[in-house]
Design a protein. Structure first.
Lengths: 155, 155
DNA sequence: CCAATTTAGTTAGTATAGCTAACTATATTT
DNA sequence: AAATATAGTTAGCTATACTAACTAAATTGG
């Protein structure tokens, strides 16, 4: 209340924006899901594989934390990836409890093919925007990426 | 190739943007999902309920098409909503095969409460952006909403 | 008017993806 | 050496997606 009208208006704007952002994210992913399905792998596996490919090998726990899921969930996701030959478990030499996960060559290949398909699909629809509009979108994405980076796992 | 360098550069930009957009959407929804869990209902039910509340009652098939899922999936989602007293099935008087689904008062209430929680949560994190940055985000959302609107269900 | 077809939804069975609780195995601390 | 802490897995529950096969109702064609 002490902040006056400008602050109140800002809060309202942020709320509206939050709602629209949530809705847009839901509907966008629904569209793209169908393209990703062509890889034969579900979204959780593709996302985990993507982390392994772009951030390099890491332990089970770190992968779970990065993907914001509980350890048992990541255990299953990795089991699925391993069974399809897309990732490998390697026991850590220093600590026998730790398990390093890494993408196989086949995993890298599948990810890149799926990525290409998805990008072409999404891009074909974003293509209706002008250069200037794409720039605005890129700017907004940069901001959003910053918000997500600073967003602590606990809340 | 006939378009020359400017066009090629644009295509590359769009591809990168598409990839970042996809990733941001995935991670954003992962964060928000945890707030939605407080309602006691999953994302598919909340999304279907949201359609019923904001677009009004509709048939099973139309609801499935709107939510971009197959009829059996929507049958189960509605069964869940009905069991919790959040939606109701009403048989169509003109065509006994058709079933109208509508949100109950309790469904509307639950949706609005969840919506408030989710918005407050997302907004609290978007709050770190400046007024100018929020404006950029709003602009980008407008563009994205346009793209989604023009995106035919089939592809 | 009745048989064939089309349309609307449901049922059954499968897979993925999330969770908690309880477990094993290894390290660390006291 | 015993107690505790940490890393992952296993088991079992729920939700959400799919396809295939079904029921029931409406429409169409002889």
């Amino acid at each position: 209340m002490a902040q006056g009208k400008q602050k109140n208006r800002a809060v309202k704007d942020v709320a509206g924006l939050a709602d629209r952002l949530h809705s847009a994210a839901i509907h966008l992913l629904r569209r793209v899901r169908k393209q990703d399905a062509a890889t034969g792998e579900g979204p959780a596996r593709l996302s985990a594989l993507s982390v392994l490919v772009f951030a390099g090998p890491m332990t089970m726990g770190r992968l779970a934390a990065t993907e914001q899921v509980k350890p048992p969930t990541m255990s299953r996701i990795v089991a699925g990836l391993e069974q399809k030959g897309l990732a490998q478990r390697v026991t850590d030499s220093k600590d026998a409890r730790r398990i390093q996960i890494r993408a196989t060559a086949s995993g890298v290949r599948l990810l890149q093919q799926g990525r290409k398909k998805r990008i072409e699909y999404l891009a074909s629809h974003l293509g209706q925007l002008t250069e200037l509009e794409l720039e605005t979108l890129g700017e907004a994405l940069g901001l959003l990426e910053g918000v997500l980076r600073d967003w602590p796992p606990e809340g």
